[in-house]
Design a protein around this ligand. Structure first.
Ligand SMILES: CC(C)(COP(=O)(O)OP(=O)(O)OC[C@H]1O[C@@H](n2cnc3c(N)ncnc32)[C@H](O)[C@@H]1OP(=O)(O)O)[C@@H](O)C(=O)NCCC(=O)NCCS
Ligand SMILES: [Zn+2]
Length: 247
């Protein structure tokens, strides 16, 4: 299916035999872990939307997964009460990142869940998880609808993001979500403006996580520099932190 750096992967639906391998991927990539029955329930209720990525050369090697559930609730794009696909979890093993695995999982599963007659897709993501936010925003038209304070167990906030499944093409992407300035003002009002910073080169907005407990966030991977997840410009920490960005 895809061949970058000689890694070829394919996708298939999860089966009950795969769950323990999926749990291994989850536990090595995310702090949000679930008991076995949780996976079994998702698999039983929404079987084909639970997709796996595996190595073509070694089909038992699961390198990523995606899970959705279907729910009803108020629309993020209007006043209606609608059916939505809610992203439960998505992760790719770190050795297999940036070769399109998550994008392929999203594309395939977002198509599959349309059979439930959903009209939008929703998810929560750590505000500091710039890589995932870019993926959702740039490639799958998700917008940052609102911030959910202290959503994660370590205290970090989440963006609640939504993407409209737009059958008639009348929806204009970008017209609903929070703008960068609204996000900056939200944190300023809470006296937490220091959580926001912009890349000097491309002006992308980044948010610092509260706990640094999350390895996928933009928190520095060494003690001296931080890379912009959008343009790869390197920052010196003191330039962005004015003393508050504490590693
Ligand atoms: C987020 C995650 C799922 C992305 O998986 P992936 O397979 O590496 O993503 P893809 O290769 O499909 O990326 C597609 C595009 O998304 C964007 N993107 C993905 N990860 C990115 C990152 N770390 N920084 C910047 N952009 C990123 C890029 O535009 C990328 O295209 P490019 O590589 O051509 O620039 C993976 O990093 C991961 O498992 N992280 C830990 C778990 C997690 O954060 N899950 C999401 C929780 S809501
Ligand atoms: Zn940048």
């Amino acid at each position: 299916m895809s061949a970058v750096n000689n890694t070829k992967f394919s996708l298939r639906p999860c089966t009950s035999d795969d769950i323990s391998l999926v749990m291994d991927v989850n536990e090595t990539t995310l702090p949000e872990n679930y008991p076995l029955f949780f996976y079994e329930q998702i698999l039983e209720r929404y079987p084909d939307s639970f997709q796996l990525a595996y190595l073509e050369d070694d089909p038992k090697k699961i390198i990523g997964y995606i899970m959705w559930r279907i729910e009803r609730g108020p629309s993020s794009f209007g006043l209606d009460y609608v059916k939505k696909a809610h992203l439960v979890s998505l992760a790719v093993l770190s050795e297999f990142r940036r070769i399109g695995v998550a994008n392929a999982l999203l594309e395939r599963s977002m198509e599959i869940v349309t059979k439930y007659n959903i009209s939008e897709y929703v998810l929560e993501v750590r505000v500091s998880n710039a890589g995932a936010i870019f993926l959702y925003e740039k490639l799958h038209r998700f917008e940052r609808i609102r911030i959910i304070g202290h959503y994660y167990r370590d205290g970090e906030d989440a963006f609640y993001m939504a993407s409209k499944y737009d059958l008639n093409g009348s929806y204009s992407f970008g017209s609903t979500g929070m703008t960068d300035n609204e996000i900056i003002n939200y944190y300023k009002e809470k006296n937490q403006g220091y959580l926001c910073f912009r890349c000097e080169k491309c002006d992308s907005l980044f948010l610092k996580g509260l706990g640094f407990s999350f390895p996928g966030s933009v928190s520095p991977n060494d003690s001296t520099t931080l890379k912009c997840a959008q343009c790869e410009n390197s920052f010196k920490i003191y330039e962005i932190s004015q003393g508050t960005y504490d590693v």
